[in-house]
Each structure stands twice: as structure tokens, then as C-alpha cells.
Design a protein around this ligand. Structure first.
Ligand code: SAH
Length: 437
């Protein structure tokens, strides 16, 4: 569950029913004495989604009986992850997203536009019935000026609105049909867990696509190879963990190293999302990587590096040593520095390097001088935080560390060599700090 997701705790169903009467017939007291609903009942699921939309977001929703009923907490996880990505990599005031396969609910754009007043969406679907309902749900909530729906053909490009638009997009999102056939659906563990008599709310068009989700996302990736920086971040949800390695092999085949993998856990349901970008803005590891042993070898490389200084007695001394070292590196400037309001024991600075002047080859004059087109395009933007180590470490012996976060740049080696160079320079000017760890 995303840390900002308010549905970390199960809701008080009795209270919800009091405040949203259509839910009332579906709420009962279970054997532990708590109020709940029958999650296998489709009408109960629909009324719950409508109740949360109404009570928590002031949105009114009509869900048709023959289409998927989206659970709000799970869908919100994806929106919050996108919010993280947008906040850390997009500078513009107005944000444009594309929701592929918006469904009858148009749940993603409605939730996202309610949370983020500057976001706008183009959405698509191949299913005429879903398009009709999506349009009604958008109009009913007076979002027509911010969310456009396009009915697209199944055999056309998936990113059609991007191909035809004259302006760029900040992100694409998608909850694709996961399965390749009816047999694939019945083989899935989730379907088995529901039991033989379970009713699934998804229509065929929502659940099944030729080749399943891997082929669907592979099509998006192949279109993105032509569109490249026309969109900052291409993303998709995935229903099967086994699809991730296939998508990452495509990234590797096409040398796309700027990508992210995350996981959404909601009760028994586990989903994944993957994102990739052709731009140089990099994501912090907290949004781009998860610790999952099965996926360990295909995670994107770290954009956050920690260097500990065993002998540094205080974060102020370390921060001042850092400032002196940075001042001596040619072509590196401090763009901003701040003490985060949340912590008294850390200092953050954002540095820009116009070219790589610190590597051994550069210092011996063996590297060609990298000429920058303008002051706005440094080869590296990096945030450096001086902070005290977490108390779970032996804080008395190893009190301080530097955290380097890669913010922007094409070349990972430049980021890594910069972090090593700065750390080595600090220990060589102040040997009492000890060897960098
Ligand atoms: N976004 C909604 C619906 C997801 S179901 C939700 O999260 O609840 C998948 C949706 O993708 C369906 O509505 C289906 O009609 C649509 N779809 C399938 N193929 C598509 C394509 N090629 N382009 C756009 N939408 C497609």
C-alpha cells in the first residue's frame, strides 16, 4: 500500500452505510463482531466503490452491471505513484496524462483530477459501452473541460492521442486487460481463489487481449520508441509478476536504462506497475525500485548512493567539508541548498556539473572537453544530503553519511564517479573522517 493511501486501515462499514444509504443492505456484522460487506457480491462491491467516491472525493459515479467494478484503494495506489513521479520529475504547471482503457468508471482520471487540480487527461477505450458511461461519469462531475474521452479502434495504435497531438504529455497510464484467453483467466490464481461459483465483474473486453498484458505493454513500448520524449513517463500496471522480466528484456534490448518498477498491495491482491522514460530526469530509488527477491536482477540500477564517514563526529562538520570540496571542483556549482523542515540533522544541496572535470582521465586532459549547449543542460544534476545515520546503526561509531541522489543526466557513470570523487576528496582533506564506506 502506498504510504499516502488513506485506506491503509479497513473502513468502518457501518459508518459508511450510515453516511451512504445505498450501501446499507450490504453491510452485516461478521463472527468477530465487526461490520463488513460480502466482497464476493458484485452489487456490494459496486455500492462500496460508489460510497467511497461520494464520501471521500465528492464524486458521483454510476457503474454498469456488466463492467468491471474498480476497487478505490488499489486504483488510488497507482495515482499516488504517478503523483510521486510527476512531483519529482515534471516542472510544468499543468500536467497532461493519457489513460489508456479508462473503462466505464473513468476511475483514474476522476480520482487524479480531484486530487490534483492542475492535472488534465485524454483517455481512450475500444469499448463503446464503457466510453458512453465514462463520458456520463465525467460530465456528472463537471470534469468535461479536464478529461476528454476518445473511442479508439482495437487494431489502431494504442498511443493514438500521442501520435496525433502537437503538444507533449507528462505521463501515460494503463490498466491493461491481463489475460490472453478465457483459459488464461480460469488458470489464474486469483480466479481460483474466488472459488468455482464466483462471478467476475469484468467483461471479456476488459480482461482479455491477444497475447495478454505482456503483448499489450510491448505494443505500448514499441510505439514509445518512436514517440520517445513526446511523453515524459510511459507507465502501465501489470497483473502478473511474471510479465515484468519480459518487459525489462525489451528495455535492455533497446538500451532504455531509465525505468521504474513498483508494487501495489491491497489485501490479498498484488499488482505491479512499470514505467520508462527517454528523458534524463531520474527517479529516487523509493519510487523506482522495490525489494523483491524474485525481481532482484531486473530492478533498475540505484539512483541513490550512500557513503558513510566513520569518523565524522557531526553532520555540520560533514556538511561544511562537503561545501569546501564542491567549491574546489571545476564546473560544479551549488544550485540550491536547504535544511529540510522535517529534520534538524540533515542538509541538502543540489549541485549542477557542466562537464565531467573530476575523473582521472579528465584531469589528465584525456577526455574531450564536453561542450554544453546552454547553462540549462548540465551533464549531471545531483542532490547531496548530509545526514546522521539512522539510530538502528551503531550511531556512536558511524554518525554521518552523504546520500547522493541522481536527479538528471544521461550517463550513470558520471553520477557514480562524481559521488566517489566527492567522498574520496572529503576523506583526503579530513583524514580523521576515516575511509569512506
Ligand atoms: N481503467 C479501468 C478499466 C480497466 S479494464 C480500471 O482500471 O478499472 C481494461 C480496459 O482497456 C477496458 O475498458 C478495455 O475496453 C480497454 N481496452 C482494451 N484494449 C484497448 C486498446 N487497444 N485501447 C484502449 N483501450 C483498450
Amino acid at each position: 500500500m502506498h504510504p499516502r493511501n488513506p485506506y491503509n486501515e479497513p473502513p468502518d462499514f457501518a459508518d459508511l452505510a450510515r453516511r451512504y444509504p445505498p450501501l446499507r443492505p450490504h453491510v452485516f456484522i461478521n463472527h468477530t463482531g465487526s461490520s463488513t460487506i460480502n466482497f464476493k457480491s458484485l452489487p456490494a462491491q459496486r455500492r462500496l466503490t460508489e460510497a467511497l467516491f461520494h464520501l471521500d472525493y465528492g464524486l458521483s459515479l454510476t457503474l454498469p452491471d456488466d463492467r468491471l467494478c474498480p476497487p478505490v484503494p488499489n486504483r488510488l495506489n497507482y495515482v499516488l505513484w504517478l503523483q510521486d513521479i510527476v512531483k519529482s520529475t515534471c516542472g510544468s504547471d499543468t500536467i497532461r496524462g493519457l489513460d489508456i482503457g479508462t473503462g466505464a468508471s473513468a476511475i483514474y482520471p476522476l480520482l487524479a483530477c480531484r486530487i490534483e487540480p492542475t492535472w488534465n487527461f485524454v483517455t481512450t477505450d475500444i469499448d463503446e459501452r464503457s466510453v458512453q458511461f465514462a463520458k456520463q461519469n465525467i460530465s456528472r462531475n463537471s470534469m468535461d473541460s479536464r478529461i476528454f474521452v476518445e473511442h479508439v479502434p482495437a487494431d489502431g495504435p494504442i498511443l493514438q492521442p500521442l501520435h496525433t497531438s502537437s503538444t507533449g504529455f507528462d505521463f501515460t497510464m494503463c490498466n491493461p486487460p491481463f489475460y490472453s484467453s478465457a483459459e488464461d483467466v480460469s488458470r489464474s490464481t486469483e480466479f481460483k481463489e474466488l472459488g468455482p461459483n464466483a462471478v467476475c465483474s469484468g467483461a471479456e473486453v476488459e480482461m482479455i487481449t491477444p497475447g495478454g498484458e505482456t503483448s499489450f505493454v510491448a505494443r505500448i513500448f514499441s510505439e514509445s520508441l518512436q514517440l520517445r520524449t513526446k511523453c515524459r513517463w510511459y507507465t502501465s500496471m501489470l497483473g502478473k509478476m511474471s510479465s515484468i522480466p519480459d518487459i525489462v528484456s525489451l528495455f535492455r534490448e533497446h538500451s532504455v536504462d531509465n525505468y521504474a518498477i513498483t508494487e501495489f498491495v491491497q489485501g490479498q491482491t498484488r499488482r505491479w506497475a512499470i514505467g520508462w522514460s527517454f528523458q534524463d530526469a531520474r527517479l529516487p530509488d523509493t519510487f523506482a525500485r522495490i525489494s523483491n527477491p524474485t525481481l532482484k536482477n531486473i530492478m533498475p540500477s540505484r539512483n541513490t548512493l550512500h557513503h558513510a564517514f566513520p569518523g565524522a563526529r557531526s553532520v555540520d562538520i560533514l556538511a561544511s567539508a562537503l561545501r569546501s570540496v564542491i567549491a574546489l571542483i571545476n564546473g560544479v556549482t551549488v544550485a540550491s541548498s536547504a535544511t529540510p523542515a522535517t529534520s534538524e540533522h540533515s542538509f541538502t544541496m543540489l549541485v549542477h556539473a557542466q562537464s565531467n572535470t573530476w575523473s582521472r582521465a579528465a584531469r589528465r586532459g584525456k577526455l574531450p572537453e564536453i561542450v554544453c549547449a546552454s547553462q540549462e543542460s548540465p551533464v549531471l544534476r545531483c542532490s547531496i544530503e548530509s545526514r546522521e545515520r539512522l539510530s538502528s546503526y551503531t550511531s556512536r561509531d558511524i554518525p554521518c553519511q552523504l546520500v547522493f541522489i541522481w536527479v538528471e543526466g544521461k550517463d550513470r557513470l558520471i553520477f557514480e564517479s562524481f559521488a566517489s570523487h566527492v567522498s574520496r576528496q572529503i576523506t583526503s582533506t579530513l583524514p580523521e573522517f576515516g575511509d569512506v564506506i
